[in-house]
Design a protein around this ligand. Sequence first.
Ligand SMILES: [Zn+2]
Length: 461
Amino acid sequence: MKQRKLKFASALLSSGWAEDVTLTIDAHGMIEKVEAGSSDKTAKTLKGIAIPAMPNIHSHAHQRLMAGLAEVAGPGADSFWTWREVMYSFALKLGPEDLEAVAAQLYVEMLKSGSTIVGEFQYLHHQPDGSPYDEPAELSLRCLAAAEEAGIAITMLPTLYAYGGFGGQKPTEGQRRFINDETRYLKILSSLDKASKGHNLRQLGISPHSLRAVTRELLNEVIAGLDRLGRKTAPIHIHVAEQTKEVDDCIAWSKGARPVQYLIDNFALSQRWCAIHATHMTADETARMAASGMIAGLCPTTEANLGDGTFPADLFLKNKGAIAIGSDSHISVSPAEDLRQLEYSQRLRDRTRNALASGPGKSTGRTLLDAALTGGAQSMAQKVGALAPGYRADIAVLDDGHPALIGRSGDSALDSWIFSGGNACMRDVFVAGEHVVQERRHIREEAIEKKFRAAVKRLTK
Ligand SMILES: [Zn+2]
């Protein structure tokens, strides 16, 4: 790619809103220069409102296949655990081509929603019978290929899943495609390390599935393995305290420690750690987690869909905790909806409004966007989240001609996008300066959708 210039009538810069902004983007897709009040005639001019694109930090790509197919009542009370059985039945069917087709479609949908990075928490590893593929990282490599086809950046987080419950319990039959010991897991990590090196849209980290699925000793060994690859600041994501049953099981097993408390007491937490969900915390855990630097990776639409509970966002943000958002099960793929649901969860709990705005006169949408951009970039270990020199040119452009945004500008446009118009307001998206969504169309969407259609027909019959 050659150096290029893009000009926007309005843009959200690190210094705030600015007009007539020209961004100069270098040959590697990084922002070189930002000029407000620019009259540069050589720049490509785009209509709309430019904002930094939002990382989608938590994805299980294969779950896109079943979005909407677990909404029928079962014979008894439905819960996360009955949903998980339905999910396992789909997870057992997918082959490598299927996963690649499903992931590519999902990544197109993410790009069209204004997200330019996916954090792929990838726990499908083996063949349907549980035996490894010749290349043990086969399925994670398929996700990398899907990301490349869609043109989205990816932070690959291969999942370490060794046990079926707290204290090293035996995995169940339904978990056979997920399970690895240390040796096999490190082989997967090594393959993905090779595939990611020198690639400007790929990062690598790890995802111990949960405290149910690993032991402290095993996780420490694997972190040491990651460090030996020269990735000492690489992300570590873990599901934690999503369900009250998980909290109860943790307390029973550890003789008193709740899951977040256990993490804080047993690991050297820092900004490289991301706690996915962290729904059920005491006030003390909330303050300690915020102080540890560990990011809260929130998936509000999935958490609502699964009936998980309500994250203490007000308290966590007051304690200067860092948050990021992800679409997890992909019941909805929309950063606007996830931020909206996060705010609404607090309003419904406390019977209030503008619960998370940073102060009087401050926009709720702007507060949430700023927080999730900073935490999202950090949790993905990618240099994004701001339209400023030295950051990658990952840009989302809101359509100021959409009916939801008529007469809006600045923070009121963000509020109207997040709380009203949603994905329909998103018009153009750039990844590293590449124009991948052009006037609501992804540049390869027909071909990708065709393969997805065939895969869904095959897998849901
Ligand atoms: Zn998840």
